[in-house]
Design a protein around this ligand. Structure first.
Ligand code: M6R
Length: 594
């Protein structure tokens, strides 16, 4: 959570163009407040504001170095004083930070005793203050940063600026260096889209490492980047990696919101998800077949994909897999051995609960396979095998295209375990061809349905078999973006209690297909008999339905398609209720705190 962007340039760059625009691209990481800073003569110019960055722009200012931050509050309320950047007491060290400093109180008490005055309630402020403390005792900026990084505990990505020098470090929160060799510019950011317009060449900074960007004194051809292990102080060699994403993928284009753009992109992303290296898939299939205990773990939407995996593996591969929420997984550590295989499912590859779970699995010697979208993310570096989702950047805080990509990969793996990889890929590719029709034919209907539902307080969703995870995921989409209470249930569960909430007009979305229709529709009848308003999502209309959304039958690939109309419904509910679909309240795209 929180987004960082900073640059160091030989000839100077426009702060508005790089920092403000970069923060707009990173806003999905947090949007309580934002701020930036750059040197102005011997002083530091600082701008901080509460709220979303929206269409904020500043006067063009050319600087050779600058630093910016968009915040998702953890320590201290949302206020200008708590917005980043934070300064040392002498206003010389400027810091932005993503993560949590767990021992900040202890550090703060020490500094207060030494006479350092604090201006915010944040944990972050101890970082510039500690840097100044070390500089006051004669250390240079780089060494002061290094010593401060060794003092702070917790997960963090930090960028600090002093005069013409920029230092960044990471421990558990993402930080990547963008290298624009041609124009002699470096960028430090939480995520690649922040600087993708200027370069696709990156260096991933690993946990325990720091990058130092400073003037190249002789010859003065470009700023210099050096990397160190900040505990040992020893230099580290890094490699430049070329990213395949392009800037158009990270922009809205003609769409009003990223959410609808990304829903539409499922026309391509589902197919792209199954374009995988055959050898890799075969190796992973062998790992599944030889494992003693296979777990699928994830959080939020990615957890729902894991739940779908349990049905898909059971039906297609006749293989039992365990599904556990990432945050609960450490409780299963006792069951893990060297023969356990853990699938970590994540769009960002930075979800703290998931990374913690993976670390506990690795301690037991388990092997890790990630199904992940962000190349170079922490998860990719902790895993034995990576299956990249190939979905392109997902900017909207809600997961949409990443969910269907995860489902496509999981379905393909289940087919591969059944010895039918090619058949599976064909079924998925055939299903992907229905996506334009599902979106285009249903948009008008779904907008009309959203009009009818927009003032309701509750919406229920039910489905059996692999339609059950769809019900859970559909409910999550509706509530996180429109703030209408929505709950998903297995078809048979409602009558065990929740049916008490059904009254005249209560909307219930019934997700059914040829395998589940008979039983799910009898559950729908139970709801209708109590006055429920029945919305059917199926390939066939039925007289029980008060409203019908058609999704073509795609057999084992059904679960990939069924969610799409509900994503669109959630989008229209948000728009009609004046909610921002791309940045729902209280949320952030990557949840990097436990
Ligand atoms: O990046 P991840 O897939 O690991 O993220 C997990 C969840 O935080 C994420 O799916 C979240 O539930 C989304 N907001 C759902 O739309």
């Amino acid at each position: 959570m929180c987004g960082i962007i900073a640059f160091k340039s030989l000839n100077g760059l426009d702060v508005n163009e790089i920092i403000v625009k970069g923060l707009k691209r990173l806003e999905y990481r947090g949007y309580d407040s934002f701020g930036f800073a750059y040197p102005s003569g011997s002083e530091v110019e600082i701008m901080k504001k509460v709220g979303k960055i929206g269409d904020f722009s500043s006067e063009p200012v050319i600087a050779k170095i600058a630093i910016g931050h968009t915040r998702w509050a953890t320590h201290g309320k949302v206020s200008e004083a708590n917005a980043h950047p934070h300064l040392s007491q002498n206003n010389k060290v400027v810091v932005v930070h993503n993560g949590i400093i767990e021992n900040f109180q202890e550090l703060k008490d020490f500094l207060v005793k030494k006479g350092y005055a604090f201006r915010s309630e944040t944990d972050t402020e101890v970082i510039p203050q500690y840097m100044q403390f070390f500089m006051d005792s004669g250390k240079d900026f780089k060494e002061a940063c290094r010593l401060a990084f060794n003092k702070i505990e917790g997960s963090f990505a930090v960028v600090a600026m002093n005069n013409n020098e920029l230092v960044g470090a990471r421990n558990g929160s993402p930080l990547v260096l963008g290298v624009d060799e041609k124009n002699k510019n470096y960028f430090l950011a939480s995520d690649v889209p922040a600087f993708l317009e200027f370069t696709n060449k990156v260096i991933y900074i690993d946990d325990g490492e720091m990058a130092v960007l400073k003037e190249n004194s002789s010859p003065k051809t470009s700023p210099k980047a050096e990397f160190f292990d900040y505990a040992a102080g020893s230099p580290v060699k890094k490699q430049i990696v070329e990213i395949k994403w392009n800037i158009e993928q990270a922009e809205k284009g003609d769409y009003e919101h990223f959410m609808m753009k990304e829903i539409d992109e499922q026309k391509f992303t589902i197919k792209a998800a199954v374009q995988q290296d055959k050898n890799l898939i075969q190796k992973i299939t062998d790992e599944i077949n030889n494992a003693f205990g296979v777990f699928f773990i994830g959080a939020g939407t990615s957890y729902h994909a894991c739940l779908a995996a349990s049905y898909l593996f059971s039906h297609i591969a006749k293989r039992h897999i365990n599904v556990v929420l990432a945050s609960e997984f450490p409780n299963y550590e006792e069951f893990l051995t060297e023969k356990t295989l853990v699938f970590a499912v994540s769009q960002s590859g930075e979800t703290a609960d998931l990374l913690e779970a993976i670390k506990s699995a690795k301690r037991k010697g388990a092997k890790i396979v990630s199904i992940v979208n962000v190349m170079g993310s922490t998860l990719t570096r902790l895993s034995d095998y990576n299956i990249m989702m190939n979905a392109g950047p997902e900017i909207c805080v809600l997961s949409t295209k990443s969910y269907t990509s995860q489902l496509a990969i999981i379905t393909m793996l289940a087919y591969s375990c059944a010895g039918k990889l090619e058949e599976g890929k064909q079924i998925i590719s055939k299903a992907a061809k229905f996506v334009p029709e599902i979106i285009d034919d249903n948009k008008k209907n779904l907008k009309e349905l959203a009009m009818r539902l927009k003032d309701r307080h509750d919406i229920f969703l039910i489905g059996r078999n692999s339609d059950f995870p769809t019900a859970l995921e559909g409910a999550l989409k509706i509530k996180e973006v429109s703030y209408i209470h929505a709950e998903g249930f297995a078809g048979g569960e409602l009558k065990h209690g929740t049916i008490a909430l059904i009254e005249e007009g209560t909307p219930a979305i019934i997700i059914s297909d040829s395998r589940t229709r008979k039983q799910t529709l009898s559950n729908a009848m139970e709801i209708k008999a109590r006055g429920g308003f029945i919305i059917g999502v199926d390939s066939e209309n039925n007289e029980i339905f008060d409203y019908f959304i058609k999704v073509p039958e795609a057999g084992a690939a059904n679960s990939i398609l069924m969610i799409i109309p509900i994503q669109i419904l959630a989008y229209y509910l948000a728009v009609l209720r004046n909610c921002d679909p791309d940045k729902p309240r209280n949320l952030a795209k990557s949840v990097t705190v436990k």
